[in-house]
Ligand binder design. Structure first.
Ligand SMILES: [Fe+2]
Length: 413
């Protein structure tokens, strides 16, 4: 019996990988770190791993990471072990504060039911981010309809790198479809092989294509949903909506969902977008009354599918995706002094100036090909919100619009 136990121990030792050696040969990171779901007090970090692996993020307000806190990739009560992608949700941050951070990946082996083996961590380089908040820099950028096109992502990324916005809205159709975990990691986290979001975070707004593909129902492992504590439990299903202050600007994200109606034969009865959009109407109504949103000098809303079809004098309510819901969203924007709505989907830039009945400016971003792609940049300069639309092909400004502070404001304004 004693000999059998010794033999089993020897076999176990020989079959355990030599992590330290392996780590030197192949990186445990398969992608750069991708920051997302930022808020005033939290942020998410996601990266690809050559697993099985566990991991964590260390962060500090000190550049040398002294006094760093550590947060593990974790779905309580278990810290995560994943084959391909790890995600960390950092909470309890101070608003408008610069943090330095690095991610760590640790190889893991789970040889039997009684113990787990964890190897030495491999660390990313140290990067930084600044949390959102009313006192944060009043600035944002928008990209959309990248559709996993390498040249387009590379070009818009180059522009983002030049603009260095504190936060970027990815306004839908990041990919054509999501076929597998591996393809999704490549097309979202690592399409250009360069870091997209190590030093600023993405607010993701889904497009119709972001609901397509055999693997799409797992997308929230790569593109995280918002932290649940940000919304009332009756809105538990609205994991993609956001309403966050970035300096003087309130940024509101809505999800128009599929462009096809729930009864479209292509969807085979496997989608429920109509009730999902109706729930967002209720959420939007309450959100626009929240003190930090209501008091914002500027409000900009984002959704993927345009709110307006520019024909037959159509105005809010004349939509392909949901006439009733979009009419209600449009009415709420008007009643609450939303100044700008930035949409996407058409792959061709357009600006619909405000009208007497529709006081908000409606933009449609270009996209998919580098020839039609745009990057929007919003900043507050001399007390006015300025939105510049850049044509990526020649880096020219194709539109610049200035917005005065909102009139529907609290007395302090
Ligand atoms: Fe689209």
């Amino acid at each position: 019996m004693k000999h059998i136990l010794s033999l089993l121990t020897l076999i176990a030792v020989l079959t355990v990988p030599l992590y330290a050696d392996d780590a030197e040969k192949t990186s445990l990171f398969t992608t750069p770190v991708f920051l997302q779901i930022p808020s005033e007090t939290s942020i998410g970090a996601v990266w690809g791993v050559n697993g099985p692996a566990a991991g964590f993020v260390e962060y500090s307000t000190n550049e040398d990471l002294s006094d760093a806190k550590r947060v593990y990739a974790c779905v309580p009560p278990l810290r995560s072990i994943q084959e391909k992608v790890l995600s960390v949700r950092i909470r309890g941050l101070e608003p408008n504060t610069k943090y330095y951070y690095r991610a760590a990946t640790m190889p893991v082996d789970y040889p039997n039911a009684y113990h787990v083996k964890v190897g030495k961590p491999e660390f990313s380089a140290v990067h930084s981010f600044t949390t959102m908040g009313e006192k944060a820099q009043s600035s944002f950028a928008v990209i959309n309809d990248t559709h996993s096109e390498y040249d387009t992502v590379k070009a818009v990324h180059k522009k983002l790198k030049a603009l260095q916005p504190p936060v970027v809205i990815w306004n839908g159709d990041a990919a054509d479809q999501y076929k597998s975990e591996e393809k999704t990691i490549n097309s979202i986290l690592n399409l250009t092989g360069r870091a997209m979001a190590e030093n600023y975070a993405f607010l993701f707004v889904p497009g119709n294509h972001d609901y397509r593909g055999a693997w799409v129902r797992n997308l929230d492992t790569v593109l995280l949903t918002r932290n649940p504590e940000e919304r009332d439990s009756k809105y538990w299903a609205l994991g993609r909506n956001f309403a966050v202050r970035q300096g003087d600007i309130a940024l509101i994200g809505l999800d128009t969902g599929e462009s096809k109606s729930d009864d479209n034969p292509d969807l085979q009865g496997l989608a429920e977008f109509e009730s999902y959009r109706e729930l967002q109407t209720q959420w939007l109504k309450e959100t626009l009354e929240r003190p930090e949103i209501k008091s914002a000098p500027f409000i900009v809303a984002f959704c993927h599918i345009p709110m307006i079809i520019p024909r037959d004098g159509a105005e809010p309510g004349q939509f392909v995706w949901s006439r009733a819901t979009s009419y209600q969203w449009g009415q709420l924007f008007s009643q609450h002094g939303v100044q700008v709505v930035i949409t996407a989907h058409k792959h061709r830039y357009r600006c619909d100036e405000p009208t007497e009945d529709r006081p908000w400016t409606h933009f449609v971003g270009g996209g998919k090909s580098p020839k039609t792609a745009t990057v929007f940049h919003g900043t507050v300069e001399d007390g006015k919100l300025i939105i510049r639309v850049y044509r990526i092909e020649d880096d020219s400004i194709i539109k610049e619009v200035k917005f005065e502070k909102r009139k529907l404001l609290a007395p302090s304004f």
